[in-house]
Design a binder for this molecule. Structure first.
Ligand SMILES: [Zn+2]
Length: 435
């Protein structure tokens, strides 16, 4: 039988005309969407004030940099309904952030927004080889989190079957994967690793559970971590990107040829800025991603500062899609931590650790409390490897990791090797840093 999942590299399109639109047409379409959006948002007192000095003009795309940014604090200040751009009785769904780091923020959808959301997620799932009739184990959180319902809407639009697993017990999830014959796993990358640990603890091999494809997002992960997930599960893993303040998942999804994540820029206008000066950077430079949801009705945020460190490319892609790509997503600026006067980021440490062929599983960083203490890096080995033997048999890998960490600028650290599955498991987003 011809199984589309085995051909998931094929540059298959959900909507060829939209995804492979000529760049001239795309810019023209973005310009029109911006004009309409700017006219619409002036109904809202927040944007009315924000756009007070920004006058409508020709060639709008040349003047986007003059529009002030929108920040998470703006959304907090106007919680719950202050950022709405349609009457409340036209809102059909809302989600909120957890509020764990301050006042929660709300995202709202009109009927039209929900249609758009499903359509954009269907683009990404189709690019990853998802077809009608396939069985999806959706372990993204349902409820207030946008992941669960977003992927469900997109997958159902394609005609795939979705099991709304949400954050249920890991052992139960393994049983359900087997009993229900799931072929596609949707969850955060750290949850995928925890599911693999759980399967092994149950005496099962993740490769034999029937999963063929993983679509993992909701937290940033390095290419090395992605490769380990592919190896441990024996599947193809695709990265996906989104954030609730803009729409949820469905902002960008990995290219079938692995050339980065194509941004749905006909709906989310992307810019990369210097996070200190706020100035727009040149193509390919590392900076903060700024997104404008120019076609959303209920809450069209303009120039929203995502806090994510990215590189973007507008170069043509061999898969045929003309939409710009995020060629790197290196986690949040706010995840930086200090040791003395130096700043470090978990993403860089993860990239170093997961280069080693023996490293797999999870990791966590325990920050030093004072100058006398060192940074403790606890990291799991691949399934079946014994940490006690690591220092004897895998000395070369350990030396390479140590050299790379020194080169990154970390002077004082301790590597603590753990067996696969020894570190805490998690259902949602991993907590990589503790103090
Ligand atoms: Zn591509």
């Amino acid at each position: 039988m011809n199984n589309p999942l085995s051909q998931s590299w094929e540059p298959y399109f959900w909507n060829f005309q939209e995804e492979c639109i000529s760049v001239t047409h795309l810019r023209n379409q973005q310009g029109k969407a911006w004009e309409k959006c700017l006219e619409n948002v002036r109904k809202n007192p927040f944007y009315q004030k924000k756009l007070n000095h920004f006058l409508p003009r020709q060639n709008i795309l040349h003047h986007i940099e003059e529009i002030p940014f929108t920040t998470k604090q703006d959304l907090r200040n106007h919680y719950p309904y202050g950022m709405l751009n349609i009457p409340l009785d036209q809102v059909v769904e809302t989600h909120t952030s957890s509020g764990s780091s301050g006042q929660a923020t709300l995202v709202a959808y009109s009927k039209q927004d929900l249609k758009l959301w499903a359509d954009l997620i269907a683009r990404g799932l189709t690019a990853s080889g998802i077809r009608p009739g396939q069985i999806l184990h959706n372990a993204y959180g349902y409820g207030l989190f946008t992941g669960g319902l977003g992927f469900q809407y997109g997958a159902q639009l394609i005609g795939a079957m979705v099991h709304p697993i949400s954050g249920c017990d890991l052992e139960k999830q393994i049983r359900l994967i087997q009993e229900l014959g799931s072929q596609v796993l949707l969850c955060t990358p750290s949850c995928a690793m925890s599911l693999a640990s759980t399967a092994i603890k149950l005496g099962l091999e993740p490769q034999h559970l029937g999963i063929q494809v993983g679509i993992f997002g909701g937290e940033s992960y390095s290419l090395g971590f992605q490769k380990k997930l592919e190896e441990i599960w024996g599947i193809k893993v695709w990265n996906t990107y989104g954030l609730s303040e803009v729409i949820g998942p469905g902002v960008a999804h990995e290219c079938p040829l692995g050339s980065g994540l194509h941004i749905n820029e006909d709906h989310f206008y992307p810019e990369v800025i210097n996070c200190k000066t706020g100035l727009v950077l040149g193509e390919g430079e590392m900076g903060e991603l700024v997104l404008s949801a120019i076609t959303k009705q209920a809450m069209p945020v303009l120039r929203y500062r995502t806090g994510d460190r990215v590189r973007m490319s507008c170069a043509p892609c061999k898969c045929g899609r003309t939409l710009a790509r995020l060629t790197e997503i290196r986690g949040r600026y706010q995840d930086h931590f200090n040791i003395g006067f130096k700043r470090f980021h978990p993403y860089e440490i993860e990239s170093i650790l997961y280069q080693a062929k023996e490293v797999g599983g999870s990791y966590q960083l325990i920050l030093p409390k004072n100058e006398m203490e060192s940074l403790r890096i606890q990291v799991e080995l691949m399934p079946g490897l014994n940490p006690k033997e690591f220092q004897v048999y895998f000395k070369d890998s350990e030396k390479e990791i140590e050299a790379a960490l020194h080169h990154y600028g970390i002077d004082n650290f301790t590597l603590e090797w753990k067996a696969f599955g020894e570190l805490p498991l998690n259902l949602g987003k991993a907590k990589r840093i503790s103090s």
